[in-house]
Design a binder for this molecule. Structure first.
Ligand SMILES: NC(=O)c1ccc[n+]([C@@H]2O[C@H](COP(=O)([O-])OP(=O)(O)OC[C@H]3O[C@@H](n4cnc5c(N)ncnc54)[C@H](OP(=O)(O)O)[C@@H]3O)[C@@H](O)[C@H]2O)c1
Length: 398
């Protein structure tokens, strides 16, 4: 193998790079990080994404000028963010760490060549630099609501975010950095994850003061992990455990509205830079009321078992105690997730003086109706049994 070709990457003394260097004497050509003093690909520095060069009518085959690296694109929110970026003609770099299956649903969301999956390792600085090299916008959607043997809450929700912000700042061409946090993230939260998210917000703003922080409430949508989890549990056990009687107040939000808020902030003239937005839905529910909505759509008779918080914690604790002690991975928690039980001991609603959807020009949708219609797949007799919620809403007798 020739000396200049190592691990499938071009090194700076390769003939190709030598030719490039003779034409443009800059320090690097965005082809990896082996070259000393990497400068990376993007040379766009603009205030907001508003100054980027745009072409076309604004649709999928246009050029929005945005080249976005979306960390966490393989997740629930990620698919809607990638879809909205791609449909306005942006190029989306999709860092992934799992199998090829983790991102293949994203590929069709954009024009040919616009969605670019790139394997990376969140612990390898060079691989992060490589996936950011050509970008002018970075979005961090990475997060996890439970710990694994490999990753602690702090590492996933805080350290990775800080690391991305440092690298984005060093890059020099990243015009916008969007950090997705959680509503309720605070240093005094009873939840370890929410404390880590709060630390991440602070760290990202310290490293990248122009970053925009989005704090969505619990997100609802086809792939959500709340109503789907409840409906699944109900189908298996015929009841739903209500932790602490389900009296905690939450403000669930439709996932597509959160993605739209992110787009709106990217498209503005830079006014959202350095700001934090709390993204809650238009209605406040108690956990019990949200469960009623789920029961209504799946057309089951509501049956609950009240689980007092100390008992819920006791049921959830063995996983946390054993996680790093047994030599094999434990199942991921769903309803009985110790950290989420702790988070549910306090109300999580949008605070009074915060910036919200209205500051981004978006009116969030009510959940009742289309946003929860995916739950009809849990109906007895199949999804086609009876009328759907949106049919009922549009009929005169509703
Ligand atoms: N879902 C909600 O209700 C909700 C509410 C408020 C805020 N949020 C926040 O919104 C963001 C997106 O949420 P989501 O529901 O889309 O999350 P998700 O479906 O769990 O997806 C999380 C993403 O983060 C990646 N990720 C997780 N652990 C990682 C690690 N150790 N290293 C690298 N990547 C890792 C996942 O990659 P893999 O596919 O490789 O695992 C996935 O792409 C998160 O920051 C979350 O905390 C979510």
């Amino acid at each position: 193998m020739q000396a200049w070709r190592r691990s499938g990457r071009l090194l700076d003394h390769s003939p190709a790079i030598a030719a490039l260097k003779s034409q443009w004497p800059i320090s690097s050509y965005g082809l990896g990080c082996e070259y000393e003093q990497c400068r990376y690909g993007s040379t766009l520095t603009a205030k907001g994404a508003g100054n980027l060069v745009r072409k076309g009518t604004g649709g999928r085959s246009s050029v929005s000028g945005i080249v976005a690296t979306v960390f966490g694109a393989t997740g629930f929110l990620g698919r809607y963010v990638v879809q909205q970026l791609a449909k306005m003609g942006s190029q989306v770099l999709v860092p992934f760490r799992g199998s090829e299956d983790s991102h293949r649903h994203l590929k069709l969301m954009g024009d040919l060549g616009q969605i670019v999956p790139m394997k990376y390792d969140p612990r390898d600085e060079n691989s992060i630099k490589a996936v950011m090299a050509k970008a002018n916008v970075v979005l961090n959607l990475i997060g996890r609501e439970y710990e694994t043997r490999n990753y602690s809450f702090e590492e996933v929700n805080h350290h990775i975010a800080e690391h991305l912000a440092v690298i984005a700042k060093e890059h020099g061409g990243i015009a916008r950095f969007i950090q997705v946090s959680c509503l309720g993230a605070s240093t005094s939260s009873p939840s370890k994850m929410l404390r880590a998210k709060a630390a991440a917000e602070e760290a990202v703003l310290r490293q990248f003061p122009e970053a925009t922080i989005m704090k969505p409430a619990t997100m609802i949508g086809t792939e959500d992990r709340i109503l789907n989890t409840w409906a699944h549990f109900v189908k298996n056990w015929n009841f739903l455990p209500l932790i602490g009687g389900g009296s905690t107040k939450i403000q669930p939000v439709y996932v597509i509205d959160v993605a739209a808020a992110i787009m709106s902030s990217l498209k503005d003239d830079g006014t959202s830079m350095g700001k934090t937005y709390e993204l809650g839905g238009p209605e406040i529910f108690t956990v019990h009321e949200l469960a009623e909505l789920m029961y209504d759509v799946i057309r089951e008779w509501p049956r609950y078992v009240n689980v007092p918080v100390p008992i819920a914690k006791a049921l959830a604790s063995p996983r946390e105690l054993l996680l790093k002690k047994v030599p094999f991975p434990l199942p991921n928690p769903s309803i009985f997730n110790l950290d989420q039980i702790k988070a549910l001991t306090v109300d999580t609603v949008v605070s009074e003086n915060s910036l919200t959807f209205s500051d981004l020009g978006i009116v969030p949708r009510k959940l009742k109706g289309y946003p929860v219609e995916y739950l009809i797949s849990y109906r007895q007799g199949g999804p086609a049994f009876g009328s759907t919620v949106s049919e009922k809403m549009h009929s005169s007798d509703f």
